[in-house]
Design a protein around this ligand. Structure first.
Ligand code: AHR
Length: 519
């Protein structure tokens, strides 16, 4: 059963609160100041990424209009339905590394006549261009999401990007606008974000930031759209702990068509690209190492924001984390170029820790994209022919939907014990709070300790609450997962806690996420 953040939500089943551990003397105290609203958490912080990679698009979402799998104009009904329920606000497409080899003209017009290419980055498989510009916009419009289009700087040109933007956005009678109409689309498409290349430091061309910045300066000069359909323009930024790309990009006086820097950060259990570690069947040492690398991401985000605060004190530029998530060793028996990985409770907890960080930096971080939406890396959904299963990461995203466009609130924790193992250590509880668009106060809590429960006592300033009502996500094992045979092993359960003896105490099971409205 899926949960809706509405009054009457408790109709979904028995409350788990009754079975949770009793409050202990040494509670963690979470203080929320509802009278000091912070920046709005942009809904696009919950953005997604769909690349032409493995079965992320083909099979996973696109089956074509002639498929026996129920579809709307080629897009799977079950998958689109599940993503719609998640309120996916934004989709980035067509890559990733793929973007710098993608030529948009090959993806328009009758599908049977589109060229078949080799997807050289991802598995060397045939790319038949069945999903092109019109199909992508059909997907985002079915989802009710915004579109983030990634331009090709690597093997493309300023002209190719400028013409793609004209094709998508022109209103008049230019040849490209007419071509779009001939291909079935009268109204311009709405492009919310447009990036000039991807990972220019790596697969996008192995450039230095100094070289890229000049490329960007030149290309951006020619990227023109009608004023009412101007996307936010994104420069490809740094990777992992790097701050140099942010430094160079924000000091080169890029005034024209420059709204944000796209920074990428993946986490691996081993902390290393080679021998990343398994997605499931891991020891607790790999649980804590992955989650503590997630925590290190916070330092990188803060360091890049410090660079921006120095070079852009007016806060004109955004820091977009347009690729993030867990990355494991290839799943045995799969094409290593397809980036297939299992998804467990650890991934859900990891996602929740990322959300808290994004909320804490909402004034600069206006958009992020988890990698990726379906079947690839830390996916929301896995498919196998006609079947579909929702991953623990899907449920983490679902729990946090009230935070989309909510107003962040300051949160302070005290008495928070350290969770430590084998030289790694991190605070056991992470918290984030916001005033939702519906006016309710929301609190999200994560207990990263897989062995010990915690109890959180809420201290509210500027508001009052008698109960906490929402959902909890946990499971028996650190690597519990949902499979086609057992799809509900990791699924949210209803949660409620009441004020007792003047205190609102929330028990947190080991390795759990709790998201509640405070009423
Ligand atoms: O998400 C998979 C790949 O990771 C993307 O194509 C690339 O940008 C990054 O290196």
């Amino acid at each position: 059963m899926r949960f809706a953040w509405k009054a009457g939500l408790l109709a979904m089943g028995a409350l788990v609160g009754a079975t949770l551990p009793a409050a202990r003397a040494a509670d963690v105290r979470v203080s929320i100041d509802a009278g000091k609203p912070g920046p709005v958490i942009h809904r696009n912080v919950y953005g997604q990424f769909a690349e032409h990679l493995g079965t992320g698009i083909y099979e996973g979402m696109w089956v074509g209009p002639d498929s026996k799998i129920p579809n709307v104009r080629g897009w799977r009904k079950d998958v689109v339905g599940a993503l719609k329920a998640l309120h996916v606000p934004l989709v980035r497409w067509p890559g990733g590394c793929f973007a710098d080899e993608y030529h948009w003209r090959e993806g328009i017009g009758p599908r049977a006549r589109r060229p078949v290419k080799v997807n050289t980055h991802w598995g060397g498989v045939a790319e038949n261009n069945a999903v092109g510009t019109h199909e992508f916009f059909d997907l985002v419009e079915q989802l009710g999401a915004e579109a983030y289009v990634n331009g090709n700087l690597g093997t493309g040109s300023a002209q190719e990007m400028a013409e793609w933007l004209e094709y998508m956005t022109a209103e008049g009678n230019s040849t490209l606008a007419q071509l779009r109409r001939k291909n079935g689309r009268d109204k311009p498409f709405k492009v919310s974000y447009f990036a000039v290349g991807n990972e220019a430091w790596g697969c996008g061309g192995n450039m230095t930031p100094e070289y890229y910045v000049n490329q960007y300066r030149q290309v951006a000069t020619f990227l023109k759209t009608p004023e009412n359909n101007r996307p936010k323009f994104i420069a490809s930024g740094g990777n992992a702990n790097d701050t140099r790309w942010t430094e160079v990009l924000s000091t080169q006086n890029l005034k024209f068509n420059f709204d944000a820097i796209g920074h990428h950060y993946y986490v691996f259990p081993s902390g290393q690209w080679e021998g990343k570690g398994p997605a499931a069947g891991f020891a607790e040492a790999q649980w804590i190492s992955l989650l503590s690398y997630t925590q290190d991401f916070e330092k990188t985000v803060a360091a890049n924001i410090a660079v921006l605060d120095k070079n852009d004190p007016q806060k004109r530029l955004g820091l977009y984390l347009d690729e993030w998530g867990s990355w494991y060793d290839p799943e045995p028996g799969t094409n290593p170029g397809f980036l297939v990985q299992r998804n467990t409770l650890r991934d859900a907890v990891l996602a929740a820790l990322h959300f808290h960080m994004f909320h804490a930096h909402a004034d600069r971080v206006h958009m992020t994209n988890i990698a990726q939406m379906v079947n690839v890396l830390q996916a929301m959904i896995h498919t196998d022919k006609t079947r579909m299963v929702l991953t623990p990461t899907y449920h983490a995203f679902a729990l946090y939907t009230p935070f989309q466009d909510a107003t962040s609130l300051p949160v302070a924790l005290s008495g928070n014990p350290e969770y430590a193992l084998g030289g790694k250590s991190m605070p056991a509880v992470s918290a984030s709070a916001a005033r939702g668009k519906d006016g309710r106060l929301y609190l999200a809590l994560v207990n990263v300790n897989p062995r010990e429960a915690q109890t959180v006592t809420v201290a509210l300033q500027g508001a009052a609450a008698k109960r906490a009502v929402g959902q909890v996500l946990s499971a028996d094992a650190m690597d519990s997962e949902n499979t086609f045979a057992k799809p509900d092993v990791v699924a949210p359960k209803a949660y409620e806690a009441q004020v007792r003896d003047g205190a609102l105490s929330l028990p947190l099971p080991p390795k759990s996420i709790v998201v509640v409205a405070l009423d």
